[in-house]
Design a protein around this ligand. Structure first.
Ligand SMILES: [Fe+2]
Ligand SMILES: [Fe+2]
Length: 124
């Protein structure tokens, strides 16, 4: 992963790089319709478990309450968007899976730059 995107917190950096590996892998994989739901479930689980770990880490920092709140809201928004994508596919919306994954990858990497890197200033 690009070192500019690293927080300097090994566990969190590792999770970020694993997430980007998953995105790359999923975007390049040739997937049949019947595995999409399973893939989206696993991706949602990976993202949710990263967000939970990051929020536990954030709780150990001296962050302003508003920052904690906004960051949490931003995590929720990504999970909601992912849930909506999942629902859309279950309802038969035929968006190519790599396009959906690219959209999620884009919002997660944007989140990393806007919210996660902001934590750097609070890490000793
Ligand atoms: Fe975050
Ligand atoms: Fe993160």
């Amino acid at each position: 992963m690009n070192t500019n995107l690293m927080l300097g917190v090994p566990d969190i950096d590792h999770q970020h790089s694993e997430l980007f590996r998953s995105f790359e892998h999923l975007i390049s994989a040739d997937m049949s319709e019947d595995v999409i739901s399973d893939i989206l479930s696993r991706l949602t689980l990976q993202i949710c478990s990263h967000f939970a770990a990051e929020e536990r880490f954030m709780a150990s920092l001296m962050l302003p309450d508003s920052m904690l709140h906004d960051h949490h809201q931003a995590h929720q928004k990504i999970v909601e968007d992912l849930t909506q994508i999942h629902l859309d596919t279950m309802c038969g919306q035929e968006t190519p899976v790599e396009k959906m994954i690219s959209k999620v990858a884009h919002s997660v990497s944007n989140h990393l730059v806007v919210y996660d890197l902001e934590l750097k200033a609070y890490i000793q």
